[in-house]
Design a protein around this ligand. Structure first.
Ligand code: HEM
Length: 74
């Protein structure tokens, strides 16, 4: 997978869920997502966001995994 950018790829994907998760972390804030990356990955692999929202696609989960593997590019 080509280089994944937090600002261009991850934050726009998570932005629609930002308000729902503010009690736990800011999904559009680089440091928050980086520090919680393992938990975010586990949650999206486990079906987060919950119904009635559609789960993220396999491609979207793979993109987040790639972002971790690439060392969290901004
Ligand atoms: C640190 C990572 C995360 C944790 C621990 C977490 C945990 C939770 C919990 C406990 C809830 C409420 C209970 C439930 O309905 O399951 C919830 C709701 C929700 N989460 Fe997350 N979540 C995380 C990441 C994410 C991510 C990455 C997204 C988006 C892709 C997301 C989107 C949502 C949405 C849309 C809701 C529903 C809120 C509502 O409808 O009121 N969460 N989350």
């Amino acid at each position: 997978m080509s280089t994944v950018s937090f600002e261009k790829d991850i934050a726009p994907l998570f932005n629609q869920f930002r308000a729902s998760m503010m009690w736990r972390l800011d999904l559009t804030k680089y440091d928050d997502v980086k520090q919680n990356a393992d938990m975010v990955l586990a949650q999206i692999q486990g079906g987060m966001p919950p119904p009635p929202y559609p789960p993220l696609t396999k491609q979207q989960v793979a993109m987040f995994q790639a972002w971790i593997n690439q060392g969290f590019p901004k």
